[in-house]
Each structure stands twice: as C-alpha cells, then as structure tokens.
Design a protein around this ligand. Sequence first.
Ligand code: C2E
Ligand code: CA
Ligand code: CA
Length: 573
Amino acid sequence: MEDLRYQVDMLTAMNNTYEANERIYKMILENTGHLFIFYQPSTKTVRTFGNWSDYFDTVPVEYSDIIKLIDLLSEEERDNVRSLFFPDSYEINENSIVAKHIDGKRYIEIESHIKRDETGAIEGYLIVLSDVTKKQLLNNELSFMAYYDFVTGLYNRNYFVQKLKEYLDKAEKEKTIVAIMMIDIDDFHKINDGIGIIYGDEVIQNFGIYLRGLCRENIIGARFDGDIYSIAVYSPAGNSEVEAIYNEIKERLREPFLLTNGSSVTFSVSVGVSEYPEAGTDALELINGAEIVMLKAKDAGKNAIRYFDSDILNEFKTSFTIENKLKLAVNGLSFFLNFQPVYKAFDQKLRGVEALIRWKDDEGKLIPPGVFIPIAERNGSITVIGDWVLEQSIKTFMEWKKKFDADLIMSVNISSIQYKRPDFVNKVISTINKYGMKPEELELEITESLLIDDIESVYDKMDELRDFGVRMSIDDFGTGFSSLSYLKHLPADTIKIDKSFIDTISTDTSTRVIIESIIEMAQRLGYDTVAEGVETEDQLEYLKKAGCDYIQGYYLSKPISCEAFEEILLRLI
Ligand code: C2E
Ligand code: CA
Ligand code: CA
C-alpha cells in the first residue's frame, strides 16, 4: 500500500513536472514567432505549435487540413510547397522555400525537416513556418537595385549590358540584327540650372518612365548615368523600327513634361545608333559606338538622330590619336603662341594682344586649338597646357615691356576646367608676381558658358581676381545666354561680342539689333566692348558707328608670331 502511494505520488510529481515542462515548451514555441507542424503519414496525426491565429484563419488539426493550409499560400508557389510537405523522394532531409501569403502582403518561409528513427525509417515531418516579410522585401529591394535604376525603373547599366549580351548571342545564332540607341537630353545642365536639381531629377525620372513605356518583348531600355539613356532593339523589323521609336520619342517631346511644382519643361534629345554586327560584335563596343555618334549628333546642333558609319569611327580614331599625341606633346611641351592684336575702333591704336595657342604635332602638322583644346579638356591635360599658356604669355609680355616699353593689355584664354581648379586664382597671382607684371595688364578671357555652371563660385573667383587688379573678359558673348539682364551683375571688365554676330552684320537686321543693344547695355554698365572676327571694312565702319570700343580680326591683323608682333611694337616706338 505504502508502495502504491509512493508510486502514485511519484507519477503525480512526474506528471506535474511534465505538464510544467510542456507549458514551458509551448510558451517558448509560441514566442519564437514560428509556427510548427509535426505530422506522421503512417498514423495520419497532426500536431501544431505556435500562434497560428497571427497568420492563418485555420489551424491544421487533421491530416487533411494540411491541404487547406497550402491553399492559403500564393498560387505560383503551391506546387512547390506541396512537394515540400509530401516529397516524392526522401533523399533530402531538409528543404525550404519562401511563398507569398494569399493576403499578398506577407512572405512565409516554409522549412521541412524529415525525422527518422534509428533504423532510418521516416517517423514524421516537422514543418516550420516563419514570417520573413521584412527580409524578403529587403531582398527584393536589393535585387531591384542590382538590376534596375530606381529613379526610372529602367534597367541599370550593368544589367542592360548583360541583357544586351544575351541579345547578341541570340542574334549571332539567328543571324539577325540588334540596334542600340543612346539617347541624351539636350542642354540638360540648362534645365537643371533653370529649375533646380530636384526638378531636374524629376525630368530625368519622367522621361525615363516614358521610355520604359516603349519597352516590349524585343525592346529593352536603361538609364546609364545622369540624363543618358539607352534602348536596345532585338531584330528590328527593318531599319524603320529604330526610326519609328525615334519619331515616337520626338512626337512625345513636342508636349511638355509636367513637374510636381506645377511648372512644365520641354526639351529635345540627341540620339546615336549603332547596329550589330555592322558597328561591332561586342556589347561595350556597340554602346561606345552609339555614344560616339550621339556626341556627333550633339556637335552637329542637337535634336537629331545619327547612325554609326565608318567615317565617324575614323574621325573618332583620329581624335583618339590626337589625344595620345597630345599626351606626349604635353610632356614635351611642343606648343607655341601666336598673338592677335586688338585695336581701338575709333583710331585703330593698339589696345593689346590676345595670346592664342598653336600646336605642331610630331609630323609637323598644325592642329587648330578648336580641335585639340576640347580633347585636352576631356582628358585633363588642359591644366598643364593652360598653366603653360599663362606663364608663357606673361613672360613674353614682360620681355616686350622691357624692349619696347609698350603700354598694353595681354589677353589670355582660360578654359573652364582650368578656371574651376581650386588653385587657379593663386596660380594667376603667383605667376603675375613672379614676372613683376602689373595685374591690370592681364585680362583673362572666360566663356559665357562657364557662368551657367556654378555661378556663385565662378563669381567669387572673378571678384578675387578683380580685387587683385586682373581684368576679366567674357569671350564669345551672346552665344550662351538669351537674356542680357544678367550683364548687370557681372564682375567683368570686357565683353567680347562673338564672331557669329559680326559675320552676319550685313545680312541680318536682327543681328544688328542685338549688337547695338549689347553695346548700349555694356556702355551703360561700364564694360569695354571688343568685336572679334572683324573681316571687312564695312563691318569695322558699322561697329565704329554702333559705338564698339575695340576691334579684333583678320581685317586688321591675323594672329601672328611673336617676332611679327615685335615688328608692330617696334613701329610704335
Ligand atoms: P577665341 O578665343 O574666340 O579666339 C578667336 C579665334 O578666332 C582664334 O582662332 C582666331 O584665330 C580666330 N579669328 C580671329 N579673327 C578672325 C577673323 O577675322 N576671321 C576668322 N575666321 N577667324 C578669326 P584660334 O586661334 O583657332 O582659336 C580658336 C579657339 O581656341 C579660341 O577661340 C579659344 O576658344 C581657343 N583657344 C585658343 N588659344 C587658347 C588657349 O591658349 N587656351 C584656351 N583655353 N583656349 C584657347
Ligand atoms: Ca578669346
Ligand atoms: Ca571668341
């Protein structure tokens, strides 16, 4: 009896412990955030743990409920989930998949573990379900970022290149064509400057979204960088398909793009096209080719489409050769200066001289600055070249001063790249000091386009230089801005009216109106006016009458060598 009591007590105690443990396990399982199902096909029993009501309306109680559970997951994944619950083969003991909940919001990861006894026979299955929504959304976002441009939803550059490679492989097998279009918004920096970067980004986005709408089964689109987009067409239906896409884009661009601030923007695009296999067989080669012709379309006046041809490639190769020669020239400094006199319009007295760089390449060919300066700007060698021009012109000027005691102004052209360098002002001041020049004897010519970029820091430097005494001149005036109003606040001393206006004085009345208002405005604000590219007496007479202060051009003198200019100076003493 005692014995029996003892045994009952024991069992009760054990039972209590067991129940306590069970409660603890249950609590733990409920707090893991996971759902568990353990089921045994042999006995068709199902046990569940966890807070099922957080995820599903039903809790599987019977074996057949498992099917109902599977139906609560998104349809695409159901077959996979089913084979996870009821595998055909039992070789893999663990497996998992992520399926979407039918609520469309949550992602559930389903892991299956096959439990075996000591003999290896299947005892049952443990299925663990977890909510992985956060992780999955992050994953989706990451893979989106890896493939797409998140501003426009177009492909990004890398993914586009990968897709293009697939197109090319397929085209090689199917002996067909792939066309690549590079699309660039014209004068985007002006849009940005006019409406601000935020709305500039909105333009990039809206146009990108529009381009995305053009994509179809055989058309993919990407945004590369800034305002550059690309479209690839697989096996275009004849040459006209690219043309049709271009026309569609042009048609859309007739209408403005509306922005969230209520304003609207219209713009044009320049497009370059290259085709596989004609322009190349490699994805990057084709993209490069399309980019080269796109830049060509820009050079030729924008708002146009251009197709790759071998001439363009040759021209590009020439410029590439120039670029390489330029690098050597910069090292060896095989440049020299020419000087073009600037005269007073009224009595043709010498005002000063403009230094113009010249370069003879290793074959003795003279390459015009209009050709190599832009290349030097692109590859950065303009800094070394510009420093050389500055120093050489100041040095030469001081030699003239010693020899001829001439009272002149030396004008030096400054590239925007050179101007924007942080040490530019110091460079100018230290070079002036090195040669003992008076600051007011130096006039720096910068172009109007520089003023659009980063107006504040550009103005700050102009102020600094002018405070030191250096004169500032705005070159090619009239080509960059349409309004004269900004003239008022310009920290400059001289305005050089662009040659294109001088060229059309006799043929175009509106040109004359523009010239006269530039001169009038400049006079009122106290700027010197210089007309450049004056080639005829008529032009000279007209400019004189219009009140232009100074004249520069072939009519009075072409750019000449240092020695030839010294002869002019000699005659002055
Ligand atoms: P720019 O500063 O507008 O220089 C005037 C250009 O017009 C010069 O061409 C000059 O030779 C040419 N020119 C002057 N008068 C006449 C004329 O009556 N008729 C015609 N048809 N042309 C005339 P160049 O020397 O070929 O220089 C072209 C451009 O290259 C310059 O335009 C300037 O932007 C740039 N450049 C020249 N030298 C330098 C330099 O040392 N540094 C920098 N950054 N740019 C330079
Ligand atoms: Ca100039
Ligand atoms: Ca000019």
